[in-house]
Design a protein around this ligand. Structure first.
Ligand SMILES: OC[C@@H]1[C@@H](O)[C@H](O)[C@@H](O)c2[nH]c(CCc3ccccc3)c[n+]21
Length: 453
């Protein structure tokens, strides 16, 4: 077990702006079946040969389930005043519904209490992709019953932690849950169905609305929705490219935010899905109107878009900007896209409160040398994106906080451990933690800009 950093936070930055780090349960915890937990779809998916690079699984991950106290000390050493994490549904309800597993609740209560003792604000994501296997067996998110399952699960957590946790997120990235899990199939549960996809999206929106209502009934005041947003720019001024860009913008950016804020789907969705797009009655659409108390923006990169009829179902494809820097995920480094997307939210949805709930980058880090890890590219990425966030703040965006993705190098879904996003290095053998230069940079930025970037 590594020596916890001795340096525990002394100066606490302003409480007004949250400077955090983010993780998710399956990506860091390990021990997926410990203490009565049930299996999730990611436990099954990762243990299915061929689904994850190098056969990696979350069976151990960062071993956070056993090292959580050390990780809270790391957060204190970094000087963060907030921590975004997700709860593994199947630790709380091993069968997805019904019987509550007290040991699961106890784990998260201990984590939250330790965070609060350090003056670190917990932000709890109810769902970050790890559906209980038992519910997938009953149809998963394609089931009409899924919103009820989710609202009941949320209520268990609201009642258990609502007196300690003030910031809640219903779903992490409904677009990725839908597109990754049901259209493209690269994420659990690995379906590839044009027909299922809009049904799943609709059920996720119903689930968000049901969990919001359930939270209101329990007196929970700050419930958000975290969405991956990727600004789309036409590759040329041609009508074809501008049309394709609008389609991709609807598909990625407006598909979920328009229903919850405006009570309608983007018009482009029916063109994209054709006969696979279901009929929705006015009352069904109005039932989706469930504006969150804040939007969690997960920003990584932008897309430059060209029309391409061979790229279905959108008829558009991303054009790689070869002249610009890219991360190890082959995502263009484009800080201005963060400013642009924050201003877009401000204009389209009436300047709602926003947290940047994920921003960060994977790079092929150099190995640690003499107890230091010089991840220069990640330092540059964070610096330029904090400046981009600052430009949006100065233009009146109601930006309440920034969460770096991620606290730790962790399980990067179908890439396994091959892609590292952490401010803190995790040794692949003994999982020893080592704060990278980017972690030190972030600590210094928090001290210097406490009230906001
Ligand atoms: O890929 C880095 C992170 C993941 O580790 C998080 O769990 C997830 O919330 C998240 N979302 C995005 C942006 C959307 C996206 C997800 C997966 C693959 C490609 C793009 C990037 N990330």
């Amino acid at each position: 077990m590594s020596k916890p950093p001795t340096e525990i936070r002394s100066d606490s930055p302003s409480r007004d702006f949250l400077w955090g780090a983010a993780t998710s349960a399956y990506q860091i915890e390990g021990s997926p079946l410990a203490d009565g937990a049930g299996p999730s779809i990611w436990h099954r998916f990762a243990n299915t040969p061929g689904r994850v690079l190098n056969g990696d699984t979350g069976d151990i991950a960062c071993d956070h389930y056993r090292r959580w106290h050390e990780d809270v000390a790391l957060m204190a050493a970094l000087g963060v005043n907030a921590y975004r994490f997700s709860v593994a549904w199947a630790r709380i309800l091993p069968e997805g519904t019904g019987r509550v597993n007290q040991a699961g609740l106890d784990f998260y209560r201990c984590l939250v209490d330790a965070l609060l003792e350090q003056g670190i604000e917990p932000m709890l994501t109810l769902y970050h992709w790890d559906l209980p296997e038992a519910l997938d067996t009953r149809g998963g998110w394609a089931s009409d019953a899924s919103p009820g399952w989710f609202a009941d699960y949320a209520q268990v957590l609201y009642r258990a932690l609502g007196d300690r946790v003030r910031l809640w997120i219903t779903l992490n990235e409904p677009w990725v849950i839908t597109a990754g899990g049901y259209l493209y199939g690269d994420l659990a549960p690995g379906h590839r169905s044009l027909h299922e996809t809009p049904i799943v999206a609709h059920n996720l929106l119903r689930a968000h609305a049901a969990a919001l209502a359930s939270g209101r009934a329990e007196g929970i005041e700050r419930i958000g929705l975290a969405v991956n947003l990727e600004p789309q720019y036409p590759a040329s001024p041609s009508a074809e490219d501008i049309g394709a860009t609008a389609h991709r913008d609807a598909f990625i950016n407006r598909w979920f935010l328009d229903p919850v804020f405006l009570g309608r789907y983007p018009a482009e969705m029916e063109t994209i899905f054709g006969s696979a797009w279901p009929r929705h009655s006015p009352s069904e659409l109005d039932a989706l109107r469930a504006p969150p108390d804040f939007i969690g923006v997960n920003y990584y990169s932008r897309s430059v878009v060209r029309a391409d009829p061979t790229e279905q179902p959108v008829g558009a494809r991303r054009v790689r900007q070869d002249a610009r820097p890219h991360t190890a995920m082959d995502w263009e480094v484009y800080p201005q896209g963060l400013t642009d997307i924050l201003l877009w939210i401000q204009g389209r949805y009436g300047n709602p409160p926003v947290y940047i709930t994920e921003n960060g980058a994977a790079f092929d880090d150099p190995p640690p040398v003499a107890g230091r890890l010089h991840d220069r590219q990640r330092v540059a990425y964070l610096r330029t994106h904090l400046r981009a966030a600052s430009r949006a703040l100065r233009r009146g965006v109601d930006l309440r906080g920034y969460f770096a993705w991620s606290l730790l190098d962790n399980f990067e879904w179908s890439y396994g451990y091959a892609k590292r996003f952490g401010l803190v290095h995790v040794d692949p053998v003994d999982r020893q933690r080592l704060i990278k230069d980017s972690g030190r940079f972030y600590r210094d930025a928090i001290r210097r800009y406490g009230r906001g970037p």
